[in-house]
Design a protein around this ligand. Structure first.
Ligand code: GLA
Length: 672
């Protein structure tokens, strides 16, 4: 009898049961002529607690709703009932025979579910069901597993959300040769030990941050010179215009910008007992704010509706104490939920009509003062609608009073979030989407402060095409990153790659915003949960930061500032990575090569070099190569490893990564 002619056995929920049954079959009188060299091991006998899925728990021999497994009217006795998005990672020993299964949407979902089933064998896609809908006939999988050591079962939502995506892996069995090892369910994502690759800044001062900064004529200006090196450091500035004062001990510049527009060339200096640093810096007095992407912190993904004034004050202090401010992080922004909630009247000051804070913000003006005293900037949030997304008081019909109040408190940044404006918006098409943003930016323009305006309307109406025209300095290009589900790849990839499409619309003073850096301790956005350490692997975190830097995205950490660990800081605070983000040319990187298992993003830099990110999106490690000709370069180029801050040498025609890039990892290089 040929191998792999599997004898159909009932499903085994433990390995010994499986082995025992084979022995029983061998002992059946009259079966002696049958050479049994395969053991059937059902998928459901593996440790299903390791199967990750978007809703509910994996079910043995029944659908996700505890009914018989049924696909297109066909009922199956055995299998696993799951739900998109789902991932199951399985170790094999290279000697397994086959994997067979019958897959489809469970009939219990009616016609509503739509799914894609995929099987990866050693990182390559070996089965793809295409989109399957509820009611479609089942599809059969039969895969040869010889030589395969890793298998990944995947169910995705076919891009339309996971509602009713009841996924059946029916009659799913491994055909294992007698004597070889049984399949083992693995943790997903696989554990990786965090390796710190950012070199520690030295004791000698090094000045970081952008080469230029925009301010409107005669407006207040605060800037803390981002600088690493052993404190105390004595700061000096050459060419400082009248109206601005430097505190030599902290490096904080404070005062009023010149009344006359123009470029003011300064030389920043920093000296300590180990040495000195100097750097040119241009104060661009004019109309354009945010000449480089804003950097800072936002409260949303960690504090949600729990946010307090104390959290914001602590975040500002931590921005200094952690060293983040030494790399250019400067905005400390409160998101939703600082104002009063629906029902908690009065909402507004009877005299001025301006919005009131809730009890958790007893002294918001004092809070902003203390942020400014550190040389940092403060940001606030509201909605053009009557209510914010979390049901707090919005600015509707009080826009001017609220904006004036924000300026009086001293805020430097406003996130303006569409939310309930949907219910009151008038007009049609793009004009309807633009109206509240035009209105608020015109109001902000009358204030005697620079208030950077972030449009938050989730990328509707191709906002990247008109965000700058209506007065925004940045605009979210997608829905909330924290609400996106990722199965095989974490959501920052899909959000990032969507944001990447709009590279042509970005430039100095106008940035595509793919949402925050959810790193360190973050709370789940699904339930506004308490913070827990990110479940992104170390390699994924390097990829996330590299992608945001290459895309010239605003760099806002939205995680717990009081729980920053050494690994997270090594991701957030690499001066050369940030320099790519803050480059004065203001080009957003674009994807120049994209394949199933990798992509290459390229960003042109002011000095004529290019920053190149080689992203491995596969489940395994792989070396990657970039040919200069494919990214618009030619001849011999020198290459620098940006994360490790090391020159790698000169490369003719192409560059291949010296080591394979780990699963979901990146190599970020600067090519001159
Ligand atoms: C929306 C925004 C988020 C956050 C919340 C606050 O969902 O997109 O970034 O500001 O509102 O409620």
């Amino acid at each position: 009898m040929p191998r792999n002619n599997a004898i159909s056995l009932p499903c085994f929920h433990d390995v010994w049961g499986a082995v025992l049954l084979v022995l029983v079959v061998l002992c059946i009188p009259g079966s002696a002529a049958v050479v049994i060299d395969d053991v059937l091991v059902s998928l459901s006998s593996l440790d299903l607690t390791k199967m990750k899925q978007g809703w509910g728990r994996p079910q043995i021999d029944q659908s996700i709703t505890s009914k018989p497994l049924t696909i297109g009217g066909q009922v199956f006795e055995h299998g696993v009932g799951s739900h998109a998005d789902s991932v199951f990672s399985i170790q094999l020993d290279g000697q397994a025979g086959r994997f067979t299964a019958t897959v489809g949407v469970d009939d219990g979902a009616g016609a509503r579910g739509s799914l894609v089933f995929q099987v990866y064998l050693d990182g390559s896609l070996s089965f793809d069901s295409g989109v399957m809908h509820g009611g479609d006939p089942a599809k059969r999988i039969d895969l040869d597993l010889s030589g395969v050591t890793h298998m990944m079962l995947l169910v995705t939502s076919a891009g339309d959300g996971i509602d009713y995506d009841h996924a059946n892996w029916a009659a799913a069995n491994f055909h294992i040769s007698a004597g070889s090892n049984l399949p083992v369910a693995l943790d997903y994502p696989p554990r990786e030990s965090p390796m710190i690759i950012t070199p520690k800044p030295g004791p000698v001062p090094a000045i970081n941050g952008p080469r230029l900064f925009g301010v409107r004529p005669g407006h207040p200006f605060v800037y803390r010179i981002p600088c690493t090196g052993t404190r105390p450091i004595v700061f000096a500035v050459d060419g400082l215009p009248d109206g601005l004062v430097l505190d030599p001990a902290t490096g904080v510049l404070n005062g009023t910008a010149p009344a006359t527009a123009g470029e003011y060339d300064l030389t920043l200096g920093a000296t300590n007992e180990h040495g000195a640093a100097e750097r040119s810096f241009t104060l661009v007095v004019g109309e354009t704010l945010a000449l480089t992407p804003p950097m800072g912190w936002n409260s949303w993904y960690i504090h949600y509706d729990r946010v307090t004034e104390q959290d914001i004050r602590e975040a500002a202090n931590a921005m200094i104490d952690s060293g983040m401010a030494d790399f250019g992080y400067m905005y400390v922004n409160v998101d939703d939920c600082w104002m009063k909630q629906q029902g908690d009247e009065p909402y507004r000051d009877t005299a001025t009509g301006a919005v009131l804070c809730n009890a958790k913000f007893p002294d918001i003006a004092g809070m902003v003062d203390s942020i400014h005293a550190l040389g940092l900037r403060a940001g606030i949030y509201t909605s053009p609608g009557p209510w914010t997304c979390a049901g707090y008081v919005g600015a509707y019909e009080h826009e001017a009073a609220d904006a004036r109040q924000f300026a009086e408190w001293g805020f430097d940044f406003l996130k303006y979030d569409w939310c309930s404006y949907e219910n009151v918006a008038t007009g049609d098409g793009t004009a309807r989407l633009q109206r509240p943003y035009r209105q608020i930016s015109e109001i902000l323009r009358t204030l005697d402060r620079d208030v950077v305006l972030n449009l938050c309307q989730y990328g509707r109406g191709a906002v990247w095409e008109w965000g700058a025209e209506v007065g925004g300095q940045s605009w979210r290009t997608t829905g909330d990153l924290g609400l996106q589900q990722g199965a095989l790849l974490p959501a920052f990839y899909s959000i990032g790659l969507r944001n990447a499409r709009h590279h042509e619309c970005a430039g100095p003073g106008r940035w595509n915003d793919p949402d925050y850096l959810m790193l360190g301790w973050v709370g789940s956005a699904q339930n506004m949960g308490e913070g827990t350490p990110t479940d992104l692997t170390p390699n994924e975190q390097y990829s996330y930061m590299s992608l945001w830097s290459l895309m010239a995205a605003p760099l806002f950490l939205s995680g717990d500032m009081t729980k920053l660990d050494a690994f997270t800081l090594n991701v957030l605070c690499n001066a050369e990575v940030i320099a790519i983000n803050q480059d004065a040319l203001g080009k957003q990187g674009r994807v120049m090569i994209e394949d199933d298992d990798h992509f290459i993003m390229v960003k042109e830099m002011e000095d004529g070099s290019v920053a190149v990110g080689l992203f491995n999106t596969s489940e395994g490690e792989q070396p990657l190569t970039v040919r200069w000709g494919d990214i618009g370069l030619s001849g011999s180029c020198t290459v620098r490893d940006v994360w490790r801050q090391e020159d790698l040498g000169t490369y003719a025609d192409s560059f291949s990564t010296p080591k394979p890039i780990r699963r979901h990892g990146v190599m970020l290089i600067r090519v001159s």
